[in-house]
Ligand binder design. Sequence first.
Ligand code: FO1
Length: 311
Amino acid sequence: MTATSQSDLSVVALAGGVGGARLVDGLDRALPTGSLTAVVNTGDDFQHWGLHISPDLDTVMYTLAGLSPEDRGWGIEGDTFRVLEEARRRGAEDWFQLGDRDLVTHLSRSAALARGDSLTQATSGLCSALGVECPILPMADAPCPTTIVTQGGDELAFQEWLVHARAAPAVRAVRHEGAARATQAVLDALTAADLVLISPSNPYVSIGPILALTGVADALRQTIAVAVSPILGGKAVKGPLATMIQEIDGCTPSAEAVARHYEGFLDGFAVHPGDGFDAPYPILETNILIQSKRDRVVFARELIEFSRSLR
Ligand code: FO1
């Protein structure tokens, strides 16, 4: 890959929620059009109000479309919740906040799936309507729901645990259910990639479901794979990851604890200053806090340069 110039690099980013979307956004701005493909977790997908909701696909799509709120990262900036208020008034479930503008996405996707489109086709249609050019590929077309097994032995669907139960029940294990096959589009993108970047997303519930699909880990072993830590100074930027590392793996949250999840196919790892550790591959220590759009591009350029230096 060292002989390849940045302009003709073919890059695949594996992404989950908000952290993944921000890295994909930085890469999309830093790389020439046509270089980047995002492969996105669908283990979070679920049915709500009779609609098919794909939170991670939408977070990546809205972020690339410039529609995401900078603070919470998901949904649409400035959205209203009048439908949710009416649903609440009528006694419908209101624990998952679907905004009025966001609802158009779920209605369109559900209609496309009901017509017989695949999730890949439905996602492509939604992206085109919002002017998003970077291909966003669902990791699978068939349902692959993530189940949380609590320390108490309960089994909760992912959004039931994360949003409805506010991630309060301690986690014993995470299970990836359903069809275990990535789409052909995903496998083709991975096979053609010069570089696969693993976003600073949760390794159990965002990246884990992608890696669990047949063919994905093998494809990563054939290419240059570089991950970005979602843990900075022992804390997760967002979400329940730090607690999950303690509960599931029984260790202190750290970049190194995350890297263990990617053992066997990592060629490099990017961590925040001070988070470095002894590893059999090079470590890039730099500012990986990529909340602002500017920081995303600065970091994406640095990450690509670092990755190009790897053999
Ligand atoms: N996360 C929440 O914590 N509460 C919500 O009510 C919520 C609604 C929501 C609606 C649409 C969407 O695309 C995402 C939404 N999220 C919400 C975020 C999402 O459930 C999680 O952050 C991801 O699944 C984790 O990657």
